[in-house]
Design a protein around this ligand. Structure first.
Ligand code: NAD
Length: 419
């Protein structure tokens, strides 16, 4: 049986990073639980006149380096354990990119597709009424996550301003541009995934123009990853997607699929099922394709033991959060497949959220070019530093990334006198 309990997985990763990085055991004791977890009940007046009460959570894992930072997800499977684990991973992710934050995460147990727009707004505002005393641009900073977006951030910011009387846009990131959002945030995660993919290719001697990529997911992260990979000269030869009518399906063209044609087709048809620039294959065939790089950019736990056994790729770059299960991770390591972990590969998003917060504090806004020109060197630097640790300590990429981040977090804890 695969162990998929998120908080147990997160603790195991923390423990192993402590051991591999020769970090004081007290760090594990302090960080194995979040500093603060809030559970709230949110009553919402429904359109039919009834009252429905939803459960929401907010976890602040660590404030060793700075205020906690992390998204809020709306999903029926949200649990307190999941939110706690996700907040710990956010601490690691912020540490990797040297951001002045600890990790946070929030969520509401709800299927948002069953709510009207008005009910969703009520729920978003009710969530903020429950936790606003523990939010602030120097306390805890929410952002969009699964099933939340800029519009939800707008409602949340408005509720926060009404409750506190202070217009502080930096309390939330991922806002629409007109509310203080950052240019380049929409593209940032996919762009960051592409920088990291290019870096790993350089390290292992793959020429970009001869490197084939297979990609899972054509949403925000997947589509921008596709676009920027093509801009850099990579060939994306297959794409696995999902449709509510037919489920999973994949497109394959050994000469490469054109991003421009694909995105135009998606825009016109809202699906890629009948796209003509590639052959249709099923998901089993997709997972068996021979390629240099696989980028999962869709769901958690997509790559299980069975898929890990048959993958025929050299490198996996985790665009999604947690796409590889822990048992699949072991199999892939044994098979010598390099995995660049999510907390580095997809950290372009949180990094530009940090730029948004900086711009909000300054009240002065940057062009998209400026945002991208800051993102590229900081992702390259994190990659190089982690690569060095990986080589020196003979670790997997994932282990080196956790160790690198934990060294930084534990140093801050030590200087603050926490142990
Ligand atoms: P999204 O909802 O925009 O896109 C997800 C895509 O995956 C959709 O196109 C959907 O059709 C597809 N999909 C769903 N089930 C699938 C399946 N079984 N097989 C193949 N494709 C499937 O989401 P997103 O924002 O692109 O996020 C994707 C992942 O990246 C998530 O794990 C998310 O947590 C992570 N992530 C996102 C960001 C960000 O800035 N958006 C930042 C960091 C991490």
């Amino acid at each position: 049986m695969e162990n998929l309990n998120p908080i147990e997985n997160a603790r195991l990763q923390l423990k192993s990073a402590c051991e591999l990085g020769d970090i004081d055991k007290k760090v594990y004791e302090i960080l194995k639980n979040p500093q603060r977890v809030i559970e709230i009940s949110i009553p919402v007046k429904m359109d039919d006149g009834s009252i429905k009460v939803f459960t929401g959570y907010r976890s602040c894992h660590s404030t060793a380096i700075g205020p906690s930072k992390g998204g809020v997800r709306f999903h029926p499977n949200v649990t307190m354990d999941e939110v706690k684990a996700l907040s710990m991973w956010m601490s690691f992710k912020c540490g990797v990119m040297n951001l002045p934050y600890g990790g946070g995460k929030g969520g509401i147990e709800v299927d948002p597709s069953e709510l009207s727009e008005r009910e969703l707004e009520e729920l978003s505002r009710g969530y903020i009424r429950g936790i606003y005393k523990y939010l602030g641009d120097d306390i805890d900073i929410p952002a969009p996550d699964v099933n939340t977006n800029g519009k939800v951030m707008g409602w949340m910011l408005d509720e926060y301003i009404k409750l506190t009387g202070h217009h502080r846009p930096g309390v939330f990131t991922g806002k629409p541009i007109s509310l203080g959002g950052s240019k380049g945030r929409t593209e940032a995660t996919g762009l960051g995934v592409t920088y990291i993919t290019r870096n790993i290719c350089h390290k292992i001697g793959l020429k970009l123009s001869e490197t084939s990529v297979i990609l899972q997911g054509f949403g925000n992260v997947g589509s921008y990853t596709f676009k920027f990979l093509e801009d850099m000269g990579f060939k994306v030869i297959a794409l696995l997607e999902w449709d509510k009518e037919i489920g999973e399906y994949a497109l394959y063209n050994k000469n490469g699929i054109s991003y421009e044609k694909l995105s135009k087709f998606k825009e016109q048809n809202d699906t890629l099922i009948d796209f003509e620039g590639a052959n249709k294959i099923n998901s089993e065939e997709f997972w068996s394709l021979k390629a240099d790089i696989l980028i999962p950019a869709a769901l958690e736990n997509s790559i299980n033991e069975e898929i890990a056994e048959k993958l025929d790729v050299k490198v996996i770059v985790e665009g999604a959060n947690g796409p590889v299960t822990s048992s699949a991770d072991e199999i892939l390591n044994d098979r010598g497949i390099t995995i660049v972990p999510d907390i580095l590969a997809n950290s372009g998003g949180v990094t530009v959220s940090y730029y948004e917060w900086v711009q909000n504090k300054y009240g002065y806004y940057w062009s998209q070019e400026e945002v991208f020109s800051r993102l590229e060197p900081s992702m390259n630097e994190a990659f190089e530093n982690i690569w060095k640790i990986k080589e020196e300590k003979n670790l997997t990429f994932r282990q080196a990334t956790y160790v690198y981040s934990l060294i930084r977090i534990s140093e801050a804890m030590k200087y603050r006198g926490w142990f």
